[in-house]
Design a protein around this ligand. Structure first.
Ligand code: HEM
Length: 116
């Protein structure tokens, strides 16, 4: 349950990133919004990792979500570094990939009846 909420928050945070990127490219103050959005994704990915660990111990679930949460967290760190370095050619597609990956993980943790 906690893992599902963490994944939903993370997905919303990653969805907001291209929106604030649009603001970044439109108004002078846009950089602040994209930075706030970027660090929200960073915080959400840490909460996701913590939730995956808690779902394993003491939750008694599978340790597999820890692997995906760790990979996601590493990709977020790379995304932040690429954004700061201004490597847009990798930064933009990686942002799209992060959103797709987060949505996919969320869909895998939805209750059976919500998936039907
Ligand atoms: C599809 C999604 C995204 C798009 C289209 C996008 C686009 C951009 C663009 C155009 C820049 C400016 C680069 C420059 O001026 O050279 C930027 C900077 C940045 N982006 Fe993104 N981004 C996306 C997602 C993300 C995500 C998910 C994160 C973090 C997890 C992130 C973190 C950053 C950071 C830290 C910067 C540098 C801001 C600064 O210079 O202070 N971006 N992004």
């Amino acid at each position: 349950m906690f893992l599902r909420i963490a994944l939903a928050l993370q997905t919303v945070a990653v969805f907001a990133a291209p929106v604030t990127a649009g603001v970044l490219l439109t108004v002078p103050s846009g950089l602040v919004w994209h930075s706030v959005s970027a660090y929200s994704v960073f915080a959400a990915s840490i909460v996701h990792l913590a939730a995956a660990i808690l779902a394993w111990r003491p939750g008694g679930g599978s340790p597999r979500p820890i692997v995906t949460a760790t990979v996601f967290f590493v990709l977020v760190l790379a995304q932040i570094a690429l954004g700061i370095a201004g490597v847009k050619v990798v930064h933009v597609p990686l942002g799209v990939l992060l959103f797709g990956a987060s949505l996919l993980q969320l869909s895998r943790h939805l209750p059976e009846r919500a998936r039907a």
